[in-house]
Design a binder for this molecule. Structure first.
Ligand SMILES: Nc1nc2c(ncn2[C@@H]2O[C@H](COP(=O)(O)OP(=O)(O)O)[C@@H](O)[C@H]2O)c(=O)[nH]1
Ligand SMILES: [Mg+2]
Length: 221
């Protein structure tokens, strides 16, 4: 079951004040159990860390003003399946829904890092199959406050992100709001970049199509 919640009244208009188009982004938060997916999400939504979150899968809608634009985030805080053979799984529905992905692992839990790697590779593989080269993904190593229990080095995280064209942050959802804020804002930038490069590609394809239509016609005249 996915619960839908809204942190601000939903606006029906697609234009922000000042006539800047409103930006909408669907963000899917993935990762193993207990790595802090809900803590990160709730930190971003409320600025607070409340400690225990339960295992409810939720989609939150959150409207914020960033710079001169209104942004509406829909954030799907997922729950990792219990069955081990399903844990690396990212469903087609989730892939179609999401504009951007946050893959969370705990720096104290090596198996959660392996799972994040599996999910990241699956996203890259399925998106490539669908013709999308650069799906916006950010890898997040959470629980940075627990340095004494660290099981995954920062370098390993950074390397995985580099080799898969993803963003990377190590944060502590427990200690600061800033980390969560940076993750969501950076991902939003990546989503906007991918949309504008997508449009450019379509634009170029359109020009090629019209040119070949013109030249094709000439050849047959
Ligand atoms: N020390 C520490 N604990 C955290 C942090 N983030 C989450 N937790 C704790 O880890 C547990 C699992 O967090 P939760 O957000 O429910 O994980 P989820 O299953 O991935 O959604 C909870 O007890 C949280 O209080 C963090 O940055 N540091
Ligand atoms: Mg959770």
């Amino acid at each position: 079951m996915v619960v839908q919640l809204s942190t601000r009244p939903h606006q029906t208009s697609k234009m922000s004040e000042g006539n800047q188009p409103k930006v909408e982004a669907n963000i899917l938060v993935l990762g193993a159990e207990k790595v802090g997916k809900s803590a990160l999400t709730v930190r971003f939504l409320t600025r607070r860390f409340i400690g225990e979150y339960g295992d409810i899968e939720s989609i939150y809608t959150h409207s914020v003003r960033i710079g001169d634009r209104d942004v509406c985030f829909s954030i799907w805080d997922s729950v990792c399946p219990q069955a081990s053979e399903l844990q690396g799984w990212v469903s087609e529905k989730q892939l179609r829904w999401a504009d951007g992905f946050i893959l969370v692992y705990s720096i104290c839990d090596r198996s959660s890092f392996q799972l994040a790697r599996q999910q990241l590779l699956r996203i890259r593989q399925l998106k490539r199959r669908g013709g999308v080269e650069k799906a916006p993904v950010i890898l997040v190593g959470n629980k940075r406050d627990l340095q004494h229990r660290r099981a995954v080095s920062s370098e390993e995280g950074r390397l995985l992100a580099l080799s898969t064209n993803s963003g990377f942050f190590e944060i502590s959802a427990a200690e600061t709001y800033h980390g969560a804020l940076v993750v969501f804002h950076e991902l939003l930038d990546m989503v906007r970049d991918s949309r504008s490069s997508g449009k450019k590609a379509v634009g170029i394809r359109g020009i090629v199509r019209s040119m070949s239509a013109v030249f094709g016609r000439r050849r047959t005249e």
